[in-house]
Design a protein around this ligand. Structure first.
Ligand SMILES: *[C@@H]1O[C@H](CO)[C@@H](O)[C@H](O)[C@H]1NC(C)=O
Ligand SMILES: *[C@@H]1O[C@H](CO)[C@@H](O)[C@H](O)[C@H]1NC(C)=O
Ligand SMILES: *[C@@H]1O[C@H](CO)[C@@H](O)[C@H](O)[C@H]1NC(C)=O
Ligand SMILES: *[C@@H]1O[C@H](CO)[C@@H](O)[C@H](O)[C@H]1NC(C)=O
Ligand SMILES: *[C@@H]1O[C@H](CO)[C@@H](O)[C@H](O)[C@H]1NC(C)=O
Ligand SMILES: *[C@@H]1O[C@H](CO)[C@@H](O)[C@H](O)[C@H]1NC(C)=O
Ligand SMILES: *[C@@H]1O[C@H](CO)[C@@H](O)[C@H](O)[C@H]1NC(C)=O
Length: 817
């Protein structure tokens, strides 16, 4: 056997590994500790063992992640016992593992009659192990490991459920942490009724992620998830295909079904290791149908998590009151199928759809009518969160969970007489009161017991389920420091000793220079004014915090450098300057056509959503403006300048400050007047930016001699006069898609509403921009008439502005006029 060792190539990638080979042909093999490596060295495949067992498996793992994290094991249920085992390809291109003594175990079966002349096996950088025909240039794979999922779902992989022929692809858990053999949990799309993502244990449901809401499978807290990933579900008569992609190309992520049946979505960072950004099941209500039928589960009411739907009563009252939920609930009054009504429930994870019926086109009214026409129909709802589609349920309602702000509305059928009953529910009579008092006493006793068992169980669960992830916290801060603190002389050399030729501009915080590091990487260096009060330690901490924020739509902060009193911030370099350079300039603005502008609006929204909803740090930008949006080579918009951001613990939503900083024209009324800021103040600034991008005009310098209006009120006036298209930049006037522009103006107006409560949050904004959420009517925007109140206390402080732009400085001192 011949083993190709392309060490010359791998030296470029990693000086550590010289053992990886790039391809396998029928003349090659993989054996012992030789490995197959993907082209850019992301993944590695080879023989491995688990735990104390000597059994050998052929697996794929991340090459540069330690401790070793497996994403796939080929012969998971057929380990080889001999250490002389090797893997090779047959002449037809079937990978086989031989135990070294002659008889072979075939890993994959493919009965297609193919004619591979020169089969080669390669490991792709997506983690897909493929066999292709070296003689054919059509790029098709004869075989790919992505068609045979293990316990890990990677970006680009497809989970298919084929209604006609099968096979149905699913993730299957390992037996336990040390045995990759097929365990009892399976994660797949259940396509009986409307497709839903489920985890099953054996043949029964273990967890249901809810039905597809047009965006994601709704049963997890998905608002943060959609800032990192995009999901797609393609449903046809024959097949349902589910997949996801990372929005940021650099994100390393995986979804992993652990051996306890918990599906964890994880992202990797060098500083924190694998971080779980969602777990399913995450709480008691996430297990399948904990409250049995016709009930709602709500963890917020723990330990009394189950409640009957209105119009229903516990099937077994006594058991129910001692927190034993089996049997669920039954109707108080049977349906008559004549004059029945519906009771609306909001914020729900919709019930099990495996026996549902659906139509993508039926309106909500017709949905209700259709349900009424069939006596066994018990509930209806919109399919999608944008208020379209129709889903019907029959007979018992199973596995419905209260899901706060992220859930959907559902209408449950009740006998007409029940409506009065529910209406009267509020009125108290003394008999009821006595009953309630008795109930309270009984409940308190039970609660004590239940809390005790609950806590005990929870502890066990945590130990069991989460044990494997403890190691990720062990990595300490040190490696962060190494990557983010630059040597001052390095930066000085890179910028030609801060020469004027390298100067990109001057912001309020100080000048910005372009630099080139020794390895050729281009950087932008912000040299902070020496007057900054902040101590070196505090500064470093801030920088480290900010360097952790990584998103495709944020300018990456690479690190900082400190030399005596001199502080530098080092950013990735953005060749295309900032957005204001384009949209407010009569010649440059031609470069930005409608598609690009809409894309940039989307980019800013995504970046801001990430800042607002990162679970660890809630970042409020506070100085969002067009000059703070930088553009990369592809004209992707990136938010820059976190110089003013405040970091919060994630529970803190609003704070007050007596130091008002921001930029005239972008400040929300409550911030400018009372110094009160929240994520909704950023939403306001975002709205202004949207309107500026669409109109090509600055809010600040907007002159309208006729009406003495600012840009926002101008937009509003045109909107109520029903000629909103006059608002558009002349350059975009011939655009073929006025609806798209109208929607942006509409969203812009919603974002600049006077009161923060009336503005949408960024996750709603993202949905609205995509047309996935109905837009409420806007009312008069909150705009600043220019009268500042003397009562706010204003401190003078350091100033900031866009990284490269000089013409617009942040105001930190507000003058009365
Ligand atoms: C394998 O080796 C044989 C004989 O050494 C040679 O004829 C053949 O072309 C080789 N095949 C490949 C795919 O390299
Ligand atoms: C690789 O294999 C060689 C020969 O079997 C052995 O000496 C060496 O220890 C192995 N290295 C590792 C890292 O297992
Ligand atoms: C493929 O061929 C193998 C052996 O010839 C056979 O056992 C297996 O059932 C076939 N599979 C399919 C899906 O036809
Ligand atoms: C695949 O799943 C669908 C529904 O989820 C089911 O109807 C079908 O029978 C399954 N096919 C196979 C081969 O298991
Ligand atoms: C609502 O969302 C669905 C699924 O994403 C989409 O197909 C449909 O076009 C949307 N409808 C509207 C009116 O936006
Ligand atoms: C409702 O109908 C079921 C069977 O259809 C029956 O067993 C039950 O007694 C009825 N309940 C009432 C309150 O009439
Ligand atoms: C009501 O719906 C169920 C489930 O789809 C169906 O089996 C039944 O035939 C329908 N009944 C009528 C009267 O349409």
């Amino acid at each position: 056997m011949l083993i190709m060792v392309r060490s010359f190539f791998f030296c470029l990638i990693s000086s550590l590994s010289i053992q990886g080979t790039l391809t396998i042909t029928p003349n090659d093999s993989i054996q012992g500790n030789k490995t197959l490596v993907s082209a850019s060295g992301t993944f590695e495949a080879g023989f491995c063992t688990f735990g104390n067992s000597k059994d050998q498996y052929f697996g794929i793992w991340y090459k540069n992640i330690s401790p070793r994290t497996y994403v796939w094991v080929a012969n998971r249920d057929a380990p080889v016992k001999s250490s002389t085992a090797y893997l090779t390809l047959t002449d037809q291109g079937d990978p086989v593992i031989h135990d070294g003594s002659g008889s072979g175990v075939t890993l994959w079966f493919s009965n297609s009659s193919r004619t591979a002349n020169k089969p080669i096996m390669q490991l792709l950088d997506s983690g897909n192990l493929v066999v292709k025909d070296g003689d054919s240039s059509n790029g098709k794979f004869l075989l790919e490991s992505f068609d045979y999922p293990g316990d890990t779902f990677l970006a680009g992989m497809k989970l298919r459920t084929n209604l006609v022929t099968g096979p149905n692809r699913s993730l299957t858990s390992w037996k336990n942490q040390e045995d990759p053999g097929s365990g009892e949990f399976s994660y797949h799309i259940d396509a009986h009724g409307f497709p839903q993502l489920v985890t099953t244990k054996g043949t029964s449901f273990f967890n249901r992620a809810g039905s597809w809401n047009g965006y994601v499978f709704g049963g997890v807290s998905w608002q943060r998830i959609i800032s990192l990933f995009s999901f797609s579900l393609v449903v046809s008569d024959k097949e349902v295909i589910y997949q996801y992609e990372n929005l940021n190309r650099d994100t390393v992520s995986r979804l992993f079904l652990n051996s306890f049946g918990v599906a964890q979505r994880l992202i990797w960072s060098h500083n924190r290791g694998w971080e779980a950004i969602s777990n399913r099941p995450a709480d008691q209500c996430d297990y399948y149908a904990p409250c049995d039928v016709n009930s709602v589960c709500n963890v917020a009411n723990s330990p009394k998590i189950c409640a009957c739907l209105e119009g229903f009563v516990p099937k077994f009252h006594e058991k129910w009151s001692s927190l034993v939920w089996s049997g669920g609930c039954v109707r108080r009054v049977n349906l008559t199928c004549d004059g029945d009504t519906f009771q609306k429930h909001t914020g729900m994870k919709l019930p099990d759809t495996s026996t549902s019926w659906y139509s993508k086109s039926l309106s909500l009214e017709n949905c209700e009518t259709t349900c009424l026409e069939n006596c066994s129909c018990t509930a209806y709802a919109n399919i999608y969160i944008n208020g379209t589609g129709c889903l019907l349920w029959f007979d018992d309602i199973v596995d419905m969970t209260k899901h706060s702000d992220q859930g959907q509305d559902i209408y449950i059928r009740l006998a007409a007489s029940e409506l009065d009953h529910i209406g009267n529910n509020q009125s108290f009579d003394s008999k009821k009161l006595a009953g309630i008092l008795l109930g309270v006493v009984a409940f308190t006793i039970v609660l004590g017991l239940a809390t005790f068992t609950y806590i005990k169980r929870k502890k066990l669960a945590e130990r069991g389920v989460l044990k494997i992830f403890h190691w990720k916290y062990k990595k300490d801060k040190e490696d962060v420091e190494l990557s983010t603190i630059f040597d001052f002389s390095t930066i000085s050399n890179a910028t030609n000793h801060f020469s004027d030729n390298n100067k990109l501009g001057e912001g309020g915080f100080g000048p910005v220079y372009k630099g080139v590091l020794k390895d050729g990487q281009e950087i932008a260096v912000k040299r902070l004014a020496k007057t900054s009060e902040q101590g070196a330690e505090q500064f470093k901490n801030e920088v480290m915090l900010m360097a952790k924020l990584q998103h495709r739509n944020l300018v990456k902060l690479l690190g900082c450098s400190i030399h005596q009193k001199q502080k530098l911030l080092i950013y990735e370099y953005m060749p295309n300057r900032s957005l204001d350079y384009f949209i407010f300039d009569s010649t440059q603005s031609k470069e930005l056509d409608l598609t690009k502008r809409l894309q940039i609006i989307d980019d800013i929204a995504r970046g801001l959503l990430y800042l607002h909803q990162d679970s660890r740090l809630r970042i409020i930008h506070r100085d969002l403006k067009v000059s703070n949006i930088l553009l990369d080579n592809n004209m992707t918009g990136k938010i820059s300048d976190f110089g003013l951001t405040r970091t919060f613990g994630s529970d803190q939503i609003e704070a007050n400050t007596n130091r008002v900083m921001g930029t005239y024209g972008y400040m929300s009324p409550e911030y400018a007047l009372h110094g009160s800021f929240s994520t909704k103040s950023d939403v306001f600034s975002f709205g202004v930016i949207v309107l500026e991008i669409i109109s090509g005009r600055k809010n600040r310098n907007f002159q309208d001699s006729q009406h003495h209006l600012n840009l926002l009120s101008h937009a509003w006036r045109l909107w109520i006069e029903e000629k909103p298209l006059e608002f558009i930049d002349d350059l975009l006037k011939d655009s073929p898609t006025p609806q798209e522009i109208l929607r942006r103006i509409h969203v812009g107006l919603l974002c600049v509403q006077q009161t923060p409560e009336n503005r949408p949050n960024m996750s709603s904004v993202v949905l609205m921009l995509n047309g996935e959420k109905l837009l409420p009517d806007p009312s008069t925007p909150g705009f600043y008439t220019g009268t500042y109140h003397h009562s706010i206390q204003v401190e003078s402080s350091s100033r900031s502005s866009g990284a490269y732009s000089q013409n617009e400085a942040t105001v930190s001192v507000l003058e009365a006029r």
